[in-house]
Design a binder for this molecule. Structure first.
Ligand SMILES: [Zn+2]
Length: 395
């Protein structure tokens, strides 16, 4: 509401300025003011119509050859352009907007990724890609900074939309492509991790909770379209309810959603809850024992009954202790054990491809824990050797 009001105030301010200009300038001044006012409001509309028309008539989805193109890439997807920066100002914010870079750096220092490791860097997806699932109206709204800020829940409405697009939307779009590409790598190697993504509050028709692009919905869509997969299991262990993908999957009976979230925090979306097939009980300040025990008991039952062909693991770390948003009490060791449990079930026990995306958790302490956890996964399940064996099999 506050953003809407501010938007109205800024529009009224522009209008007042325009009227003032029209009354106080030379003979044709008012025409100029009227033109500038018209342009101010109309140019996103004109731009969107042109972009969408172009995408519909000329746009082609890039030929889908991911299994060939990404064949020899290690299944960890990352780009430096994932990180959200604003000329150093981001360092003043208590949240770690560069956690992706710090996870990547951690993995390099640990030797999980070295100079010889071929890492896939995703590109910003085309409009045609976005229109496969997102509504044209939603994409249009993303031309207005007030709307973007409402989705991001940050009071940056005074910044122009183009700046937010460059600094925030483009990194998120790229990470969305990264999640889809990681799912392709998972089909090839049995596992993959995108060092970003997990925008689980975004739907195809709207954003919220710092999420703009519904990457989980895109993974579901493209896995079916390009890999012929039908049954998909989404395991959402971010501390918040994954209401975005849940709303998108309300009518999809071939998607099974497991959600373990703190019901006493954002978003409390009761309509989206209808899409949750298995809800894992979590309460404020739960600790490792009850949390891990619930996961260990409830998730294997779903594998046995639902028999998924792909697992999307939304590995949010805002359930870690001291997180001001998640308000749970899981230790760093608990996070490592949790991720290990998810990979143990998918990779070893049930042998289902798993794609892991990082989702929420922006304390400064999160990145080292995520890097430790990925190191543990790679070592525990011998993922590097399995990757190399897979490559040799192809040659
Ligand atoms: Zn969260």
């Amino acid at each position: 509401m506050i953003y809407t009001l501010l938007n109205i105030f800024s529009s009224l301010g522009s209008l007042a300025l325009t009227i003032y200009g029209a009354c106080n300038t030379a003979k044709y001044g008012h025409i100029m003011w009227a033109a500038s006012l018209g342009y101010f409001f109309a140019h996103p509309i004109v731009n969107e119509i042109l972009i969408n028309l172009y995408a519909c008539i000329f746009g082609k989805l890039e030929k889908h050859n991911c299994l060939t193109k990404l064949r020899d890439h290690f299944p960890i997807v990352y780009s430096d352009a994932y990180n959200i920066t604003a000329f150093g100002l981001e360092k003043l914010h208590p949240f770690d907007s560069c956690k992706y870079h710090r996870v990547y750096q951690g993995l390099r220092q640990m030797g999980i990724i070295d100079s010889s490791t071929k890492i896939h860097e995703p590109q910003i997806p085309s409009r045609k890609f976005l229109l496969e699932k997102m509504s044209a109206l939603y994409l249009f709204k993303l031309n207005y900074s007030a709307y973007i800020c409402k989705c991001l829940e940050v009071p940056l409405f005074f910044l122009p939309a183009w700046f937010l697009r460059l600094r925030v939307l483009n990194p998120m779009m790229r990470a969305t492509q990264g999640s889809v590409d990681a799912s392709c790598l998972a089909m090839k190697h049995g596992w993959a991790i995108n060092l970003a993504g997990g925008y689980h509050h975004a739907t195809c028709s709207g954003g919220g909770g710092f999420c703009i692009y519904p990457d989980i919905t895109f993974i579901v869509h493209f896995s079916r379209k390009h890999h012929g997969i039908r049954k998909i299991l989404i395991i959402d262990l971010d501390a918040h309810q994954g209401n975005g993908h849940e709303r998108d999957m309300l009518q999809d009976h071939n998607v099974h959603i497991i959600d373990a979230y703190n019901p006493y925090i954002y978003p409390g979306d009761q309509q989206a809850e209808l899409a949750i097939k298995t809800r894992i009980s979590v309460t404020s300040y739960d600790d490792d024992t009850s949390y891990l025990n619930n996961l260990e008991v409830q998730i294997p039952e779903v594998y046995e009954q639902f028999r998924p062909e792909l697992v999307i693991y939304n590995a949010g770390t805002d359930c870690m202790m001291n997180d001001p948003l998640g308000r749970l009490n899981i230790t760093p060791e608990g996070i490592v054990q949790r991720d290990e449990l998810m990979f143990q079930m998918a990779v070893e026990r049930f042998k289902v491809p798993i794609v892991m995306i990082l989702s929420g958790g922006y304390q400064m302490t999160n990145a080292p824990v995520i890097a430790d956890s990925i190191q543990n996964l790679v070592k525990k399940f011998d993922l590097k050797r399995k990757f190399l064996n897979n490559l040799h099999k192809d040659q």
